[in-house]
Design a protein around this ligand. Structure first.
Ligand code: SIN
Ligand code: CO
Length: 391
């Protein structure tokens, strides 16, 4: 698989209903919903319900089953066993259920190709591809997400109800987010290949019309508080302050238990010396946003000597493993939370790998020292399972 889809942002895309990515960003992104009929022609999905159920039985796949019986909602976490699905009812009068499988792009090369179509949104914002299956009448109820999401219809049909309502109060005591007062503003029936873009916090409710599969291409909008906490933790790891607290002018205090104003002022001044610049924030973002989720486990390849690795590298392209995430800030590159130790002269090669998830190392065009560094670096990350020659 070679992903090399870098749309020129001035070209209208069927994927966006024949507007350009530039127009989409200006008019819809984070602003209002957009319904796109036939966004991907002839799209019927990347896997069938059985294959999705099969994925949800795997140890390293994050899967949930959301079940509603009358007004009772239940969440069952995977991995499931094969029999589990045969026991589920298909009678919509009694039950409603949906199987949701996260990060399908970590397991299916075709899913990574699908995500590449959305390259007009920065990879730093990309979360994952979630795929759902529901029998007739199934859905996860009226809710809102904290994500920008493109809801692409796979097989079957789904009725979407959408509302840009202010009232986002939730039903108490249920294990998932269900809106207390959902109001239908718009209704759309999506068929295979149709897509609905929703900004974060837009209320929506999808109900399967017959068996249906939906592909959610999710773009994470991290909470400000989460970014701040993580940045402070990054700063803590990178802080190098010298010296001890000093009080050579200490005077007698009326109460020995008092933390004095002098002490507070002195420490307050000391803390004000903690500063950061955009480079620190860039490095933090590169590391944090490329960091894999805690449940991600990289598969290690069979051992390959540097020499044998280089022989392969001369013959074929190398790819980011499906679970790898790579970002760049200025001339720095980050892969799966780590900063690469890289001379500037190799940046454009690594940027190509980050942009397209693929790199063919052209041995003739690199100087001998750079080539040696590049091969060593790629080899190290190949052995960690971050890079691969095949999907
Ligand atoms: C689903 O695919 O059933 C749920 C997607 C969503 O509502 O975000
Ligand atoms: Co949703």
């Amino acid at each position: 698989m070679i992903i090399n889809i870098m749309p020129t942002h001035q070209q209208p895309l069927a994927l966006l209903g024949n507007i350009t990515p530039t127009q989409f960003l200006a008019e819809y992104w984070q602003k209002k919903p957009l319904l796109i009929r036939n966004a991907i022609a002839n799209f019927t999905g990347l896997l069938d319900a059985n294959e999705l159920a099969g994925l949800s039985c795997k140890e390293d796949v994050q899967a949930r089953l959301i079940k509603q019986s009358k007004s009772k909602w239940q969440v069952i976490d995977g991995p499931f066993d094969e029999d589990f699905f045969s026991r589920l009812p298909h009678d919509k009068k009694e039950h409603n259920w949906t199987l949701l499988v996260q990060s399908v792009n970590h397991h299916l090369p075709k899913a990574a190709e699908l995500l590449a179509k959305f390259n007009f949104i920065p990879h730093a914002r990309l979360d994952d591809l979630m795929v759902s299956y529901a029998p007739d009448g199934g859905g996860v109820g009226p809710h809102f997400d904290s994500y920008d999401v493109f809801l692409l219809q796979g097989s079957g049909k789904r009725l979407w109800r959408v509302c840009e309502q202010q009232d986002l109060s939730l039903v108490d005591g249920v294990p998932i987010k269900i809106l207390k007062n959902f109001v239908t503003e718009q209704e759309y029936i999506l068929e295979a290949g149709d897509m609905l873009y929703l900004p974060p916090q837009v209320a929506h409710w999808g109900v399967a019309m017959g068996e249906c599969m939906t592909y959610s291409i999710g773009f994470r909008a991290p909470k400000v508080e989460e970014l701040a906490i993580e940045f402070l933790s990054f700063m803590q790891d990178n802080l190098a302050l010298q010296g001890l607290y000093q009080d050579p002018n200490l005077t007698l205090q009326a109460h020995p238990s008092d933390v004095s104003d002098n002490m507070v002022a002195s420490v307050s001044n000391m803390l004000k010396t903690i500063t950061w610049d955009d480079n620190a924030v860039g490095e933090f973002l590169g590391r944090y946003l490329s960091d894999p989720k805690p449940d991600v486990i990289f598969e290690l390849p069979r051992k390959l000597s540097l020499e044998k690795f280089n022989q392969q590298l001369m013959q074929k392209p190398i790819f980011l493993a499906l679970k790898s995430k790579m970002l760049c800030y200025k001339t720095a590159c980050f892969i799966n939370g780590e900063k690469l130790d890289l001379p500037d002269s190799l940046f454009s090669s690594m940027q190509k790998l980050a942009d397209t998830r693929c790199l063919f190392v052209n041995h003739q065009y690199l100087n001998i020292d750079d080539l040696a560094v590049l091969i060593q670096l790629l080899h190290t990350h190949y052995l960690s399972g971050y890079l691969t020659f095949k999907h």
